[in-house]
Design a protein around this ligand. Structure first.
Ligand SMILES: Nc1ncnc2c1ncn2[C@@H]1O[C@H](COP(=O)(O)OP(=O)(O)OP(=O)(O)O)[C@@H](O)[C@H]1O
Length: 586
């Protein structure tokens, strides 16, 4: 919590909040003295001039106190909101740099809770710190001293009430604080189930698992609610008990005070002032105890936020002065030299001894069964993971010597699951190339075989809903392909991007890709399950269980490679092979 405050609070605004607070406390503490004088020297002695003067002073002090309180609230609130804004920004930019290893370490839902609910907890406590937490101890000590100075004999009442109050507060905190800490984790669980329910809604319906999911959500929700109820019941118990203790303290003060007044050893004004100080002492004590309840909860949130901000990034750039730069004149190329790769914590290598080189204008195709390592291979090119050994070069440069920013500038990729963003077709294409003209956009859409349905949908400004849900799976993939094509790059990667396309569209798209001037100067990498998609590639890599079991052209592999032959036999029947070749040659 302190770390977050140190890094994110603006010192002068926080100092102003504290100064306003001290002025407000001073005013609050001065008012009982004026009241006491007003009663003893004004009302009791019927001195109207004194009453007017002290009354005016009272109004002035109250007004200054009000302005100071407003100033304190303003600076405390703006500071805490700004801390929240900075933390959300820092978490978001950090998460954008995370590899899947870091994301998995927290989980998607926990990252969302940390950037929303946890930050709100921190924000709330920041306001309390800049207000109550500083105000309460100052008020408590000063009111005790002033009460003692005014009438030491009455302070005996506090010797009983304050220890009782302290025991109640400690007991409540002992039971409530662990509950508040666990509320955050239970909130993560609710988010997780809710998120899975949302993203998997169709599957849930199709498998008629609504009741099971509802029960799962109900369990998480009830767990959260019950913990919240327990925690807040304990805290709410504090208020009536404290009010009771405060009332009993006042009764004690009045009993003792009236005795002293009757003996003529104390004035009425002193009793009134003392009772005001007593109320201030008790209220400060209550506020302080509330802060002690909420600070541990917020510090649990602060640790959760700090864990994200301090998570080491596994795929890190070299220091700027040791980085190499891409040479824009170097022809496009991609090479893997004895590359081994293992997922974090896995016993087995996910990819073993990959060796190949492709040049500008060539197409590399990767084929293999499910789970053979195709996506893993293409994800190594933009360095989404670090390799275990070997060397990967893009445009003649080892990728770990480039900044990821530079590397990603020369790579354009369509992921296996097409991801579109809420907005329009234009804004989605601008993701690939912010400067693209309408003409370039239509060209990319044409190559991606998307122009027809985009025209029907209303053109470049047609709306794209969340996750592109207003387009079919095949249309989403074609839009993602257009976004990939529109980006000027050295390496174009299509990770199983043609799988949702029908046979004919797949062939037309590959033909259009081959005829595109920009693509002709680059290396194209195609991952596919269908032989027809890879048949015309310059180099085909056949993967099986992370190992390269064949490498060559379609003709070579068909003639000599058993695994490839099996794939061909299982897929291409009834003249499909010839039809594929005919269509892709135009
Ligand atoms: N993030 C990950 N952490 C650990 N193991 C992973 C991870 N991603 C993939 N794997 C494992 O690596 C292997 C290769 O997966 P990959 O996704 O590369 O296969 P693929 O050939 O693309 O499969 P598909 O055709 O089904 O998409 C699989 O055994 C998979 O379980």
């Amino acid at each position: 919590m302190i770390k977050i405050a140190k890094k994110n609070l603006v010192w002068w605004a926080s100092a102003l909040a504290v100064i306003f607070l001290l002025i407000q406390v001073a005013c609050d503490l001065y008012l009982p003295t004026i009241t006491s004088d007003l009663v003893d020297k004004g009302i009791m002695q019927q001195n109207m001039h004194f009453i007017w003067r002290e009354g005016g002073l009272m109004l002035l002090v109250a007004a200054v106190g009000l302005v100071a309180a407003a100033g304190n609230v303003y600076f405390a609130a703006t500071q805490s909101m700004q801390v929240g804004e900075k933390l959300r920004r820092q978490i978001f930019s950090r998460v954008l740099r995370f590899s899947s290893k870091e994301v998995n370490a927290f989980g998607d839902s926990s990252l969302i809770t940390r950037s929303t609910n946890d930050i709100v907890q921190i924000q709330n406590v920041m306001v309390q710190v800049l207000r109550m937490m500083l105000q309460s101890p100052v008020m408590l000590v000063a009111a005790c001293v002033l009460a003692y100075v005014r009438e030491p004999r009455l302070t005996r009442v506090f010797l009983v009430s304050l220890p009782v109050l302290a025991v109640v507060v400690i007991l409540v905190m002992y039971f409530a604080v662990p509950l508040f800490k666990s509320i955050q984790q239970k909130n993560d669980k609710i988010n997780l189930v809710f998120r899975e329910g949302l993203t998997g809604v169709r599957v849930i319906r199709a498998f008629r698992q609504e009741r099971r999911e509802q029960n799962r959500f109900k369990a998480a929700n009830e767990d959260y609610t019950q913990t919240g109820i327990k925690a807040f019941t304990l805290v709410s118990f504090l208020f009536p008990v404290m009010t009771l203790i405060l009332s009993l303290t006042n009764v004690g003060i009045i009993l003792l005070g009236s005795h002293l007044i009757a003996n003529m050893t104390m004035q009425v004004g002193n009793l009134i002032a003392f009772m005001t100080y007593a109320t201030q002492i008790m209220i400060s004590f209550m506020m302080l105890s509330m802060v002690f309840v909420f600070v541990p909860r917020a510090s649990a949130s602060a640790s959760r936020v700090n864990a994200v901000l301090e998570m080491p990034i596994s795929v890190a750039d070299l220091p700027a002065d040791q980085q190499d730069k891409i040479n824009p004149d170097h022809p496009a190329s991609l090479s893997f030299d004895h590359v081994d790769f293992r997922y974090d914590g896995a016993e087995k290598l996910a990819l073993q001894d990959l060796n190949f080189k492709v040049q500008a204008g060539q197409t590399l195709a990767i084929i293999g069964g499910t789970g053979s390592g195709k996506s893993t291979l293409v994800n190594l090119i933009p360095r989404l993971f670090n390799i275990e050994s070997g060397r990967i070069e893009v445009d003649g440069q080892p990728i770990e010597r480039l900044s990821q920013h530079d590397l990603h500038q020369v790579i354009s990729i369509t992921q296996q699951k097409a991801v579109l963003f809420t907005g329009t077709i234009r804004s989605n294409l601008q993701f690939g190339n912010a400067q693209a003209t309408d003409e370039q956009m239509w060209h990319a859409l044409k190559v991606a075989q998307a122009a027809d349905f985009v025209k029907e949908a209303g053109g470049l400004d047609a709306v794209v809903e969340q996750d592109g849900s207003n387009f079919s799976g095949g249309q989403r993939q074609r839009l993602a392909i257009a976004r990939t094509i529109i980006k000027p790059a050295s390496i174009y990667i299509f990770d199983d991007s043609f799988s949702a396309l029908d046979f004919k569209t797949d062939a037309k798209l590959r033909l259009a890709l081959r005829q595109d001037k920009q693509i002709q100067r680059a290396v194209t990498v195609i991952v596919a399950q269908r032989v027809s998609t890879v048949a015309d590639a310059d180099l085909i890599i056949v993967l099986d269980d992370g190992k390269v079991v064949g490498q060559g052209t379609h003709a070579e592999l068909k003639a000599h490679n058993e695994t490839y032959q099996q794939i061909v036999d299982s897929q291409i029947q009834k003249g499909d092979e010839k039809r594929a070749a005919r269509t892709s040659q135009g």
